[in-house]
Design a protein around this ligand. Sequence first.
Ligand SMILES: [Zn+2]
Length: 268
Amino acid sequence: MTDATLVVDVGATFIRCGVAGGGEWTVTGDTPPSGHGLANAIAEMVRRASPVTPQRILVGCPGLVSADGQLVKSLYLPFAAGPLRDELTQMLGTRVLVHNDTYVQASGAADPGERLVYIAIGTGVGGVVVAKCPDDRGRHGFAGELGHIPSDHRLLPCRCGRFGCLDTAAGGRYLEQRLGVAWWKDRSQGAVVENLIAAGAALGAAAAIAASIVDPDRLVIAGRLTAYQEVTTKLFEVFRLMSWLAYDIDLVEDGSIYALRGALALAP
Ligand SMILES: [Zn+2]
């Protein structure tokens, strides 16, 4: 057994693995179609990344992950939730931690002791608050799940069963549904511009609401959508209108690399 910590990032379409504190993901594979398949795929990936059993494995998973590391609900994984941590512990015979993927990223983005609001935009929109007490994730472990706070975005139906969530305005899956899978190749279309501006407005409002509740040191908004000026101009405009204070907002196109650092904070 080595004293290394391996980090596994589970996404809607692919999973990847790297060494905590490293600068890159070293092994990548497809997300399997079943929950049991996910545990097998992760175990296989861990063995490829580290022929010697690592001391700890930290898995970041999209969706609601309970305080004891079980996947309770995920809207973008192609299978039902399950006892992921228990399965992996049994398969790998080492310490396994499972957290929400955005929480893992945010833990790496936060400076020590920093109070941070972190919003991750990908296939879906994730959110998390990192406070001074890193273990305080709310009664059920789901605090800061900003992707499903009410947004004023046309009250569109959301995969979570409700209407008008931030996810429906800024989540990649919803943009693809409305604009087609390759929408980003032609951003001159009116519908694309309109959707990007609406996404920016919804993100700005969500950030302002989160800032009012949390009063953070800083906010980070991560994801490829932050590369689009239509999004960011509107985001900052709405945030300025709605937020009482002028908080710093950092935009990051790829927040995934924070997860490799986050593992050092969450699995010391
Ligand atoms: Zn929702």
